[in-house]
Design a protein around this ligand. Structure first.
Ligand SMILES: [Zn+2]
Length: 397
């Protein structure tokens, strides 16, 4: 059994929207109350025992008596808040690096969510356009990719663009792809995003040139309109006009450019994600064993160039997709230490010490080289990826 999630864009009516926002509010209130309780307890007594999710569930009952309006909320979603807060504290206690002390939730945050648990058939996909959600009834959604399986939970979200979304967690039979008896190594580079040990180079960052061109045009328009708006505001002030314009919101043409730039960036990001999905699915289908480098060890390209930050993000996504897809489809992912993989000749396994004295930029520029030991002529990327594959397969032996 594996857990999978899929998303549906919801189109709730006005009553449903109100109920959704009541739920966001209640979930936020419970989170903040419980968090405050933990802080106060600690202040009163530094040795006070931490109250886990079950104790919080007991307190929730008392909270509902004190604040009867909490009963308007979908009840499983409030218990879920306790669980999430418990998890947040556990991560904090375990000194997980990226998780600090749990924070209060603000109403002002444009992203809000709550999660309902599946109980007594309270969540059900009725047809290709309607989903039944607790407290909301039938909610319309646009046709989407609905995964088969037993529903476990649903998270309802709204984002800053006021778009509503449900992500539905289902438990499904583990389907596997046919075994191919083939293995592959993947090198994550910047020049071509991935190189496989079959010698295929793939640049998944390349999206439609037309989109990129449009983005450049609109970014120029945006900055020009920004300058014009600034000038107009300065003139208004200087000329002491009756109603001087003081806010960029008063410049519809500038606002339109802001929206268009955001939309184009979104499209490009979606296109990239699609490309990544296609690539990872194909890899998992074609190979039984996939070997990649450990990214946290691999030297991330440290510059402020946009392409580098996109590449870094895409590598992370690529590996996480491979991780879960390999688990879903019965394939194996091996993550290896990338040390020396590009400095060793895959033919004779000797390290090329001529590289030791090179500067970083000279080293990055060395695209092809001849092995000083066995004189093989090597393509840097293809050689590295063959070493990656060999290193991964060694761990299997
Ligand atoms: Zn060699």
């Amino acid at each position: 059994m594996v857990l999978k999630a899929f998303k549906l864009r919801l189109y709730p009516n006005k009553t449903q929207r109100n109920q959704i926002h009541v739920n966001f509010g209640c979930a936020r209130f419970v989170w903040n109350q419980m968090l405050n309780m933990h802080i106060e307890r600690y202040k009163n007594n530094k040795k006070a025992k931490f109250q886990g999710r079950y104790s919080m569930d007991v307190m929730l009952k008392a909270l509902k008596i004190e604040y009867p309006w909490l009963k308007q909320a979908e009840s499983t979603s409030l218990q879920r808040v306790n669980r999430d807060l418990d998890d947040a504290f556990q991560r904090f206690f375990n000194h997980s690096l990226q998780n600090g002390f749990p924070r209060f939730k603000s109403k002002k945050n444009t992203n809000q969510s709550y999660t309902s648990k599946f109980v007594n058939n309270n969540i059900r996909i009725v047809d290709e356009h309607h989903i039944k959600l607790p407290k909301l009834g039938l909610v319309y959604f646009k046709a989407g990719r609905i995964l088969n399986g037993k529903i476990r939970a649903v998270t309802v979200r709204v984002n800053s663009r006021k778009q509503y979304q449900a992500s539905i967690l289902v438990e499904s039979e583990n389907q596997t792809f046919k075994k191919t008896k083939k293995s592959v190594g993947i090198d994550l580079g910047l020049k071509s995003l991935t190189v496989t040990s079959d010698g295929q180079k793939e640049d998944i960052l390349n999206v439609d040139d037309r989109l990129n061109k449009q983005l450049r045009i609109w970014e120029r328009k945006k900055s020009r309109r920004y300058e014009n708006a600034k000038k107009a505001m300065a003139f208004d002030e200087h000329d002491k006009v009756l109603f001087p314009r003081t806010d960029l919101k008063q410049f519809p043409r500038y606002q339109q450019a802001v929206r268009t730039v955001a939309k184009l960036k979104r499209h490009i990001a979606e296109r990239r994600r699609d490309n990544l999905h296609k690539l990872t699915t194909r890899l998992v289908k074609d190979y039984d064993t996939i070997v990649v480098e450990n990214l946290s060890v691999k030297n991330m390209i440290k510059n402020h160039h946009l392409s580098a930050s996109i590449a870094n993000a895409s590598w992370g996504t690529l590996i996480s997709q491979l991780k879960y897809k390999c688990a879903w489809y019965g394939k194996k992912l091996i993550i290896i230490d990338p040390k020396n993989t590009s400095r060793i000749c895959h033919e004779c396994k000797q390290k090329n010490h001529e590289f030791d004295s090179l500067s970083q930029s000279e080293w990055l520029a060395a695209r092809e080289w001849d092995c000083p030991n066995c004189h093989a002529h090597l393509d840097r990327d293809v050689n590295a990826v063959k070493n990656i594959l060999a290193k991964g397969l060694e761990t299997l032996a």
